[in-house]
Design a protein around this ligand. Structure first.
Ligand code: AG3
Length: 285
């Protein structure tokens, strides 16, 4: 029988919840220049990456998050040829972006090179497209990168960060969004991981308010299951400089449906359909 030591537990405060996985062996542990990174073999979810005690991903369910952080925006944007990923060091988001033929260049700016090096070793399938000639991997500060980006030089910014504490904190504020608006072309969109609709509705509301205040015409919340994150239910916030939000490009949705595991026309519509308590919280007053 498993003992307490055989389990990884992410205790999540202030929610007072925890998510656990029964562990096999510990594969790696290090303190990088930015954070503590652990990698485990689990019994039932494949490999697990943990940063500063928070679950980043497992083999078994990362497709939910990576597909829903990328394909909705890439199917809604009229012509997303120039994409910037901030964070995303495990390269799962990058892999999904590169599945779109319309994307001509994608730059990923991850602050911690160690996350990518460890992903290459322990999560090779997430990194399988890293050699795509359209991709550039930089290890740098994403906030500074956007500040230095030319006006209107990007079509889509995807923010695949950790929780809004520590290194990721500056990715959730108005000063950063202002730079994103400037760097995006007139049809530009931004999509950002925004935590749990159940546990972090105040944060989500604040993010939507800040994006609108900085000049995004439309924001929408996408929600989807994510068993390994706090509450098991997660979200991404989509923002468009030009409103109203366009209809998804059907040919792109169909192309992605073919080999996505979660994303399709129905789950996209479902992700955008808001439960009453979320709709009321996000209603502009
Ligand atoms: N992005 C992490 C989302 C935050 C998870 N939070 C938590 N476990 N407390 C993960 C990066 C995947 N590419």
């Amino acid at each position: 029988m498993a003992t307490e030591q055989d389990w990884f537990l992410e205790k999540f405060e202030p929610a007072g919840t925890a998510f656990g996985l029964r562990l096999g062996e510990k594969l790696h542990s290090e303190r990088s220049d930015f954070q503590h990174i652990d990698i485990y073999q689990t019994d039932t979810f494949g490999r697990l990456m943990v940063i500063d005690g928070a679950v980043m991903l497992t083999d078994r369910d990362n497709f939910l998050y990576h597909e829903m952080l990328t394909h909705p925006a890439l199917c809604l944007h009229p012509r997303p040829t120039r994409v910037l990923i901030i964070g995303g060091g495990d390269c799962g988001t990058l892999r999904e972006v590169l599945r779109h033929d319309i994307v001509e260049q994608v730059t990923q700016v991850e602050i911690d090179e160690r996350v990518t090096r460890l992903a290459e070793h322990y999560f090779p399938e997430l990194c399988e497209r890293n050699d795509d000639p359209r991709a550039t991997l930089l290890f740098d500060d994403g906030i500074a990168h956007v500040q230095n980006a030319a006006d209107s030089s990007l079509d889509l910014i995807i923010i695949d960060s950790t929780d809004p504490v520590g290194p990721a904190e500056g990715l959730f504020n108005r000063a950063f969004y202002q730079q994103c608006v400037r760097a995006l072309a007139p049809d530009g969109m931004l999509v950002q991981q925004t935590e749990s609709p159940l546990l972090h509705l105040d944060l989500i509301r604040q993010v939507h308010g800040s994006l609108k205040a900085e000049g995004f015409a439309e924001t929408a919340l996408l929600h989807f299951p994510q068993p390994v994150y706090p509450s098991g239910w997660w979200s991404a916030t989509l923002a468009a400089k030009r409103g109203p939000l366009p209809e998804p490009v059907a040919a792109r949705v169909a192309a992605m449906e073919a080999d996505s595991r979660y994303f399709n026309a129905g789950t996209l519509a479902g992700a955008l359909a808001q439960p009453g308590f979320v709709a009321r919280a996000l209603a502009v007053d």
